[in-house]
Design a protein around this ligand. Structure first.
Ligand code: GCV
Length: 682
């Protein structure tokens, strides 16, 4: 790595670029002296300096050169580029154009957009294109983001800890103070380079101390932080505690329909926007896992969200309201309160009741980021409500950045899921683009996997998850193998063996992880509290009965129309497909059905045999991952090679533990031996 910083720059670590004809990069022309172009120009110059070892000159108002880069807002271009007016119509506020024009004796590379923030996206995209080897001659991009929101959620606490963080401490907080340093700007650069436009800096569980983030005590320094991010097109958001009027305002209630409460929030919003004019809004976890919410006062989520929305509306702010609402004290043996149903049951009746600046943030599945869940039926269910798809980049249930588990493949499957809400083609990705329902403000949220470790993500290859989140949020149509290949080129260079092996590792890793942990949509078999390592009856909220209800003859939950009725939350044909044990996709079989161990699968094997086989296979495949990595020893930076090798060693050991614990559990439950006679006991 060429970085001289005490931390990596991930996919932004520029190295010398071999482009024959780079004269074009010697001159950057701007139309007039516009201070707001400072950041995109700085980024462009930085790249040119590192890649071509030259210092480009910046020229204002003169274009008398044969080769140059022309950068500016589209408004400024109208007098010099005849196509500019036509281009303007093709762009939204965050989109941009990159175009090479060769005419007569002129050779111009144009970078243009409607505003300076979109120009930053444009510059980063140009850099990426060049670094992955796109031919300059072919450069002709009109690129608009597909969705309105592309937000990273940090679950960082003021004391510096990170809930479900596996890469060190917070980069935002330490000892109840806000951190601003060189890394802050570099984080903004990394996020901007993948098209992110929002970051929620604090945990959705807003505890006593964190409630104070929206007070004068923190707002001043927060405004500095917000300016750094806004330079890169990213708005700051804060998670808030719904009972703040009680904690901070001395009121006796937080009832959203109480006038004193709504006035308190209006005054608070005014104060926040005074400090941070480009504040994004609030993220709210209400009535969930012991967080307060409108239910405490007999009010609905719409009452709660709308009251906050009214306070933010004059400033263009949004309320992002999470649908992760369920009764965590529920008895899992009780069929009537199936947790999978909770989000839909809570929110579907409220469709149409939310204000325009309220957005519901919906976890990808109905439960909680398990290695595989069905796609939440809320996406196809909320026709009149803005929606954000919440993905977990941090690997809480997917190996905690010790295991290699690339999530892009899973996310792509989610985005391609057809809800059939408006007939065939009503895919999740189209809903998020705003093409299926008449909602404008949709998008993506990813729970961050970043901490203060020198490589940002603990596992070096987990950087690919962060990168992919941004890329898909900008354009969910992207081909995932190409995204992976781009990331490898940007991070490790163009060595074909490196590309081949790491692509293999990333693209297969989620399936492999699923095999040796919890296949068939089982999920949850983790140690309570920290959610790492196998524990077949362990998950903390399952102390009121095991959630999978395994006994000696069958396992799984009947969520069909004859069981908990969860399948009825889907549109046809999914409700019929999921309802039918013979049609249900096998990788979700035990999510939807209660199945005898001797049930014959499509492969002709029994369920129990397939459980054994998958666990053995999973471990063998981790060995292959390791081999693929070791083949790269001479081709990868030593430090990175060692770090990843260590994690792969651990992954293999822990995968074996998973295999043995899970297989033993089922062997003991059923008494059915492995038909290949392999050793099941550890
Ligand atoms: C931030 C799960 C996690 C919690 C997390 C919660 C949520 O329950 O284990 O750590 O809380 O989801 O998404 O709110």
């Amino acid at each position: 790595m060429s970085s001289v910083k005490p931390y990596d720059m991930c996919w932004l670590d520029y190295r010398t670029l071999k482009i024959k004809d780079f004269d074009l990069f010697r001159t950057i022309c701007i139309v007039d002296n516009d201070k707001s172009l400072e950041v995109p120009i700085k980024e462009l110059k930085h790249f040119i300096k590192y890649s071509f070892k030259i210092n480009p000159r910046v020229i204002k108002g003169s274009f008398d050169f044969s080769k140059y880069i022309l950068i500016g807002k589209i408004d400024q271009m109208k007098d010099i580029i005849k196509e500019a007016k036509m281009w303007e119509r093709k762009l939204n506020n965050e989109g941009f154009i990159l175009k090479r024009i060769k005419e007569n004796d002129k050779d111009i590379l144009i970078i243009t957009a409607k505003n300076e923030r979109a120009l930053v996206y444009a510059v980063f995209k140009l850099i990426e294109n060049l670094r992955i080897g796109e031919k300059l001659d072919d450069l002709n991009h009109v690129d608009n983001p597909a969705s309105y929101f592309r937000i990273i959620n940090h679950w960082d606490n003021l004391d510096g800890t990170v809930e479900r963080g596996y890469a060190g401490n917070s980069i935002f907080f330490k000892d109840n103070k806000i951190i601003i340093n060189e890394r802050t700007r570099d984080y903004a650069r990394l996020l901007s380079s993948i098209g992110i436009n929002g970051v929620v800096i604090n945990n959705v569980n807003v505890k006593k101390k964190e409630v104070e983030l929206i007070t004068h005590k923190y707002l001043k320094i927060l405004s500095r932080l917000a300016n750094i991010f806004w330079d890169y097109g990213i708005k700051i958001y804060l998670s808030i505690n719904f009972a703040s009027p009680i904690y901070l305002g001395g009121l006796s209630t937080a009832d959203p329909l109480d006038k004193r409460v709504s006035i308190w929030w209006k005054t608070k919003a005014e104060e926040i926007y005074d400090y941070i004019p480009y504040f994004g809004g609030f993220l709210v976890k209400a009535d969930s896992e012991f967080n307060p919410g409108p239910h405490m006062y007999g009010r609905t989520h719409a009452d709660g969200a709308n009251m906050l929305a009214e306070a933010l509306e004059p400033y263009g702010g949004y309320v992002i309201w999470r649908t992760f609402v369920y009764n965590c004290m529920q008895d899992w043996r009780d069929y009537k309160t199936d947790r999978a149903r909770a989000a839909y049951d809570n929110f579907k009746p409220l469709d149409g009741n939310f204000y325009e600046n309220v957005v519901l943030q919906i976890k990808y599945g109905p439960m909680d980021f398990q290695v595989r869940e069905p796609v939440s039926p809320l996406f196809g269910g909320m026709e009149k409500t803005n929606q954000i798809l919440e993905l977990q980049i941090t690997q809480e249930y997917t190996g905690q950045q010790i295991h290699l588990c690339y999530l892009g493949t899973l996310w792509k499957e989610i985005l391609e899921f057809d809800t059939y809400a408006k007939g065939e083609g009503s895919k999740v990705k189209e809903i998020l683009k705003g093409k299926i329902f008449e909602t404008k403000y949709n998008g993506f949220a990813g729970v961050s996997n970043v901490g203060d470790s020198s490589n940002w993500t603990g596992h070096d290859l987990a950087q690919a998850n962060l990168y992919t989140f941004g890329v898909l949020a900008w354009n969910p149509d992207r081909d995932i193998a190409k995204v992976v290949d781009d990331w490898i080129k940007l991070t490790f260079g163009d060595d074909s063996k490196v590309r081949e092996n790491i692509s293999y590792m990333l693209l297969n890793s989620h399936r492999i992880y699923e095999k040796y942990t919890t296949p068939f949509g089982l999920g949850w078999m983790v140690n309570p509290g920290y959610h790492y390592g196998p524990n077949p009856e362990g998950y903390e909220y399952s102390r009121w009965g095991t959630y999978h209800r395994a006994n000696y003859e069958a396992i799984g939950i009947d969520r069909t129309s004859k069981g908990t009725g969860y399948t009825l939350q889907y549109h046809s044909p999914w409700r019929e497909i999921y309802d039918d044990i013979n049609k249900c996709p096998e990788d979700l079989l035990l999510f939807f059905h209660r199945v005898p161990y001797k049930f014959i699968l499509k492969s002709g094997k029994t369920l129990i045999q397939q459980i054994y086989d998958l666990h053995f296979e999973g471990v063998e495949e981790v060995e292959v991952l390791k081999e693929k990595w070791y083949e790269l020893k001479e081709r990868i930076d030593d430090k990175i090679f060692e770090r990843v090798s260590k994690r792969l060693e651990m992954q293999l050991e822990h995968a074996k533990e998973w295999r043995d614990v899970i297989n033993t559990y089922f062997f003991r439950k059923t008494g059915i031996p492995d038909d290949k006679g392999r050793k099941i006991y550890p």
